[in-house]
Design a protein around this ligand. Structure first.
Ligand code: ATP
Ligand code: MG
Length: 414
């Protein structure tokens, strides 16, 4: 059976890596809760239209990366490539716009058909936060602070840089777009084929191009800052003020864009140099036009998404599994008592492994192999005395402990 391989771009996450994922997701969830964000999930697949409208017909994700299939005549669905679209759809279809602001924490697998490489997969995981219904720059500050807080909780504060830009309000953006079209049209023949296409459909995305020739042209392209109106400048100044107040460091990057028309004002990315071409670990921005674009009410929003695999790769070391207590029955007669003791200790909150079979030596070897902290030996003598022999597997010392005081005694093991 040649097909007993995971599908290209998908992978098994074995326990050691899963512990890394858990550290990332648990930290993010806990920090987000302190900021008042509540967890929700939407379905893994949605009508294709949901993503086409939110991500835009011309985005890379929509044109190249979506997994789409038909569920019935004329009805196409797509595996979610990101979380924001589903949340915005839920806001509209679930009438959640009655109870704004909506503050959401979200985590789960996402699906994109792209070329697999380290830190880039076809099924991957994101954590994601969205804040809907707040137009003030405080929201931008809060959502960025939340991202920074999660990264520093994970010990990644020093390993990541916050890059920041503003795309201004729709008026500024329109003026800038026109200037870009003028500039790139003058150099059209030097643009890559992809960017020539973007020039017609979505010129701002040219700034995002990874093509070398494009990058050379981009270096001399007009700057967003020159096209910002006063309102947009004021808004951005307030965001920066807030970040300064909270001591959050950033680097301004006037080439940082989000390609779609409903993106406004703040755009940001936390990047690292430790992951090669997959350097962006957390990215987001303000998307005030999105809900309306989808056919809902006009609700401002801002959010970000971070790649769990990339963050997990950055963690210094894999967290250890907790060390178990090994219960070791000596002789068949002790079997039932061992099973009962195991269960009682699990109920008391300990991680307990019961040796399933084999002689004493085998079972002790297994206890050592699973890195058990201690073994509890139950033989005839112990049974008669209502006790167990506690062997500390680090020091090798052993003592007889009555079953009644066992939980108390075990709680003192470090
Ligand atoms: P990139 O430029 O790396 O393709 P993107 O702009 O497509 O990223 P977003 O849509 O902003 O990424 O997603 C947010 C985060 O999700 C990224 O910063 C990254 O950490 C993670 N991510 C995106 N695509 C993948 C993928 N295919 N595999 C693993 N992680 C991913
Ligand atoms: Mg991508």
């Amino acid at each position: 059976m040649s097909n007993l391989q995971p599908v290209r771009g998908t992978r098994d996450i074995l326990p050691e890596e899963m512990r890394r994922h858990r550290v990332v997701v648990d930290a993010a969830r806990a920090v987000a809760a302190r900021y008042g964000y509540h967890e929700m999930v939407t379905p893994v697949f949605e009508f294709t239209e949901v993503f086409k409208r939110t991500l835009g017909e011309t985005s890379d994700v929509v044109t190249k990366e979506m997994y789409t299939f038909s569920i019935s005549d004329g009805e196409q669905v797509t595996l979610r490539p990101e979380a924001t679209a589903g949340v915005a759809r839920a806001l509209i279809s679930g009438g959640l716009s009655q109870s704004l602001p909506l503050k959401v924490f979200y985590t789960g697998p996402m699906f994109r058909h792209e070329r697999p490489q380290k830190g880039r997969y076809r099924q991957f995981h994101q954590i994601d936060v969205e804040l809907l219904g707040v137009a003030e720059p405080q929201a931008d500050v809060e959502i960025i602070a939340l991202g920074a807080d999660i990264l520093s909780t994970l010990g990644l504060g020093e390993h990541t840089t916050l890059e920041l830009n503003t795309l201004g309000d729709p008026e500024s953006r329109k003026a800038y777009r026109a200037a870009l079209v003028d500039y790139f049209s003058d150099h059209r023949d030097r643009l890559s084929a992809d960017s020539q296409d973007r020039l017609v459909r979505n010129p701002l995305r040219i700034l995002d191009s990874k093509d070398k020739g494009d990058r050379a042209l981009i270096a001399d392209a007009p700057l967003f800052g020159e096209y910002l109106n006063q309102q947009s400048k004021d808004f951005f100044a307030k965001v920066l003020e807030g970040l300064d107040l909270l001591g959050i460091r950033y680097t301004l990057n006037d080439r940082l864009v989000r390609g779609l028309d409903y993106y406004t004002h703040t755009a940001f990315e936390f990047t690292t140099t430790a992951l090669g071409a997959q350097g962006t670990v957390l990215a987001g921005g303000r998307y005030d036009g999105l809900v309306e674009t989808m056919g809902g009410p006009s609700v401002p929003g801002i959010g970000w998404a971070a790649g769990v695999e990339r963050l997990a790769l950055l963690l210094a070391e894999a967290p250890q599994a907790p060390r178990p207590i090994a219960v070791v029955p000596v002789g068949d007669a002790a079997q039932p008592a061992a099973m009962k003791l195991t269960q009682d200790l699990r109920h008391a909150g300990f991680v307990v492994e019961l040796g399933y079979s084999g002689n004493l030596k085998k079972r002790m070897q297994r206890a050592n192999k699973m890195n058990a902290r201690a073994a509890l030996l139950l033989g005839e003598e112990e049974l008669a005395a209502g006790s167990a022999t506690l062997r500390d597997l680090d020091s090798g010392k052993q003592e007889l402990v009555s079953l009644d005081s066992l939980a108390e005694r075990l709680s003192h093991l470090s």
